[in-house]
Design a protein around this ligand. Structure first.
Ligand SMILES: Cc1ncc(COP(=O)(O)O)c(C=O)c1O
Length: 416
């Protein structure tokens, strides 16, 4: 086990304090349910954020946002964390990550064009893309939960209508590969060679590449001899000249309720970002930008402490599952605070009865079983598209007691 005595920002709020929160995590279910579903963290806030928001309110700095301060702060952060430098003056500040992705898709594709995604993947990728009148084409991750280049090539061919492109001129339909980097829900941190291979394939088919890098800062520091992991910014990879990355401090600093994001383009995408209409910036929340900038500029120590807590919890979860739920397959991911649990071999109690909503076995519908029998709320893997069947996603960003109780409760529900 890895340091359950470690104290991190995840260990500050008590369950009673958390239950006083009014966000979806704490209001969607009855109070007896342990909520480990939506991607909110059970952390005490980062002090520089509290100070920045308080100062803005005290100063009446509650007007409209201006300029590229978001991109400038993210550029400083990216340089420190990954050695990635880019020109912030070409970035676009946008209201949040999904709005930014939609705005970028609007300039890179037209109605009826395809967007390639890699399921199992963040469910709104399907809905937002379809709501814009674009087609979703899937290139599922491989059994190892990593990018599958053969599947990606088939998807690019289908998306562009170009069966075998060879090396000739591009003649297919416009299409985008929307890559989740790092990947929600599996926690896969795509490696430089994987991204480079995907970019090369995309170039061959004339597919533009857009990376959602909201989880980028959340990698493993490497506790107790475990290997550290890192994020590879897409725009640092060869072949990314006309790619776009959407970045945000929202996940890493637990700011989903005060949203902001920026779109960053490679040199060949700067003109595309300029084509995003001015109206797209109208929803930008200036105080949220100030909060994100404070986190990015002054939150490194806080973030490092949170990352230690997330990694501790990932190894703790592996131990707890081995003890209480040996039928669940789980390997701590390299990134994100999300755990992707394969429950397909989970056996229920002998002669297990049915539950009201039809979940006959924990393997067939683990989410319903865990909620009804254990009062633990997780995300249903099926929402993440093909490959999500028999899986659930668990949010690791909580304290040791909540995580332990959740697994113990689920274990007990299978023993009954
Ligand atoms: C991959 C990914 N993209 C986007 C979002 C949502 O970002 P926003 O609230 O800024 O739209 C999330 C939230 O969990 C996410 O996991």
């Amino acid at each position: 086990m890895t340091g359950t005595s470690l104290r991190t920002p995840l260990d500050v709020p008590t369950l009673d304090e958390l239950r006083r929160r009014t966000s979806v995590k704490w209001r969607a279910f009855d109070p007896d349910v342990l909520p480990l579903f939506v991607a909110e963290m059970d952390v005490a806030p980062c002090e520089p954020v509290v100070d920045a928001v308080t100062a803005a309110m005290r100063a009446g700095d509650t007007g409209y946002d201006h300029g590229t301060v978001y991109g400038e702060a993210y550029a400083r952060f990216a340089e420190r964390r990954w050695g990635w430098s880019f020109d912030p003056s070409t970035t676009r500040t946008l209201p949040d990550v999904m709005v930014a992705i939609v705005e970028v898709l609007r300039v890179l594709t037209g109605p009826g064009d395809a967007v390639v995604v890699n399921p199992p993947v963040y469910p709104p990728f399907f809905g937002f893309v379809r709501n814009e009148g674009r087609r979703v084409v899937t290139a599922p991750l491989g059994a190892d939960l990593r990018l599958d280049l053969d599947a990606l090539e088939r998807a690019f061919a289908e998306a562009t209508g170009v069966a075998d492109h060879g090396g000739g001129p591009r003649s297919g339909r416009r299409a985008v590969w929307l890559v989740c980097n790092p990947h929600n829900p599996t926690g896969t941190a795509h490696a430089p060679d994987e991204l480079a291979a995907g970019l090369a394939l995309a170039a061959r088919y004339g597919v533009r590449v857009v990376a959602d890098e909201i989880h980028a800062p959340i990698t493993r520091p490497g506790l107790a001899g475990h290997p550290a992991t890192t994020h590879t910014p897409l725009l640092t990879v060869p072949g990314s000249d006309d790619a776009v990355a959407v970045v945000s401090a929202s996940k890493a600093f637990n700011l989903p309720g005060i949203k902001a994001a920026a779109a960053v383009g490679g040199p060949g995408a700067v003109a595309d970002l300029r084509r995003i209409p001015e109206e797209a910036s109208h929803g930008v929340h200036h105080v949220a930008v100030l909060a994100h900038v404070a986190a990015l500029d002054h939150g490194d120590a806080w973030l490092d402490a949170v990352l230690a807590g997330v990694e501790r919890n990932a190894w703790l979860l592996a131990d707890l599952l081995a003890e209480h739920l040996p039928g669940v397959r789980y390997r701590p991911g390299e990134a994100t605070y999300l755990a992707w649990l394969d429950c397909r071999d989970l056996a229920g109690p002998a002669g297990g009865s049915t539950v009201p909503d039809g979940a006959r076995s924990p393997a067939a519908d683990p989410r319903a079983w865990f909620l009804d029998r254990a009062r633990v709320a997780l995300e249903d893997g099926r929402r993440f598209g093909p490959g999500g069947e028999g899986h659930v996603r668990l949010n690791l960003a909580t304290n040791v007691d909540v995580l332990t109780e959740a697994v113990v409760r689920i274990g007990a529900s299978l023993a009954r």
